[in-house]
Design a protein around this ligand. Structure first.
Ligand SMILES: [Zn+2]
Length: 199
């Protein structure tokens, strides 16, 4: 599927599974879920897909910055998390994320970066930053694998083993993609509204 769809579905799925009890927690789960939803496509090379991936990364950045600003402003979630992180653990987490990210970037499209192994390694990196980040990240990442698996081009879920999974049920940029984008975005907005006590 396309980048924005992965952002919307990853963020919405993570916010649902994380069961946030406040707006800040909802925003944090959505931000980390969105990261999980787009990190798989670090491996994209062609210019058209790269433009799509860039838009998705900008969307994630916007959500993450909003979560960070809101979290710090309310002295909740992110602020607490960052202030409590042991520096050496924080540095180790960032180092793991960068190392795995570089390897994912260099791997073939829909290879390592679209595998359960990558999910485990990225999750370990996020876990070093804060254990609270692991669940929303893993949910966002898994949503990406599920959405890509229904396309034709196989993803190597069990990298380095197997030929990969590609069910060929729909195009990555067709009607299903648009419906998922709209559905994911609507669900995310509803979750934000619920978490903010507007509904
Ligand atoms: Zn993908």
């Amino acid at each position: 599927m396309m980048g924005e769809t992965h952002v919307a579905v990853g963020a919405a799925a993570a916010a649902v599974i994380a069961c946030p009890s406040s707006f800040e927690e909802c925003l944090m789960a959505a931000a980390v879920g969105a990261m999980g939803g787009v990190v798989c496509d670090l491996d994209v090379r062609t210019s058209r897909v790269r433009r799509d991936a860039l838009r998705a990364r900008i969307a994630v950045l916007v959500i993450a910055v909003a979560a960070l600003i809101f979290g710090v402003a309310t002295r909740d979630v992110f602020g607490e998390m960052l202030s409590m992180s042991i520096p050496i653990r924080f540095v180790a987490g960032v180092a793991v994320l960068v190392a795995v990210g570089v390897f994912a970037r260099m791997s073939g499209h829909r290879g390592f970066s679209h595998s359960l192994l990558a999910m485990l390694l990225f999750s370990a990196g996020f876990g070093l930053l804060s254990i609270e980040l692991v669940l929303p990240f893993a949910v966002g990442f898994l949503s990406h694998l599920v959405l890509d698996a229904v396309n034709k081009k196989p993803i190597k879920v069990f990298y380095p083993m197997g030929k990969g999974i590609g069910l060929g049920l729909c195009r990555a940029d067709g009607l299903v993609n648009r419906m998922l984008l709209i559905g994911g975005s609507a669900l995310l907005l509803l979750e934000f509204a619920f978490a903010a006590g507007l509904l």
